[in-house]
Design a protein around this ligand. Structure first.
Ligand code: SF4
Length: 147
């Protein structure tokens, strides 16, 4: 029997929308707003993994049950101190656009001149851990807990 790894992109956007009972347009909107980064095939087709589906469930829970707006979700992701989690030096923080702003997840910023320039956000701990609703609060407060 073949086991699908949680981070392997296996679901099309249509299938993912069906699984979550939302429209394809809603998934595209979440992508445009920087709440999720789908995998793109060489032909630019969007694909989603089990982890992506869990991330979308988390976003849906915040929006539907907790009445958080999309703008609010962006702010929540923007509060995650990625520079502490990936341990950026002070010099790296000084040139990073995320360090002085919190309007969205760090993966939504232009990182041409930062330490993240060559990184793949989909595989980064900061992005992956923020897919879990139960982890977001811990991620945000991690820097204040770490000496
Ligand atoms: S690689 Fe992407 S998700 Fe990770 S800290 Fe850098 S910008 Fe954020």
């Amino acid at each position: 029997m073949t086991t699908i790894k949680n981070d392997t992109p296996v679901y099309s956007i249509g299938k993912t929308a069906k699984m979550l009972n939302v429209s394809v347009q809603t998934l595209r909107l979440y992508e445009r707003e920087g709440l999720i980064i789908p995998f793109k095939t060489p032909g630019r087709q969007r694909m989603y993994s089990i982890e992506d589906v869990e991330r979308l469930r988390c976003i849906r829970k915040y929006i539907n049950e907790d009445k958080v707006s999309i703008g609010g979700m962006k702010r929540i992701f923007g509060m995650i101190p990625c520079y502490d989690i990936v341990k950026c030096s002070q010099k790296e923080r000084n040139v990073c656009p995320v360090f002085k702003s919190h309007t969205g997840g760090c993966w939504t910023y232009d990182h041409t001149h930062s330490v993240c320039a060559t990184k793949d956000c989909r595989t980064c701990d900061v992005y992956k851990l923020s897919s879990d609703c139960g982890q977001i609060k811990e991620l945000i407060f991690r820097s204040s807990l770490t000496p």
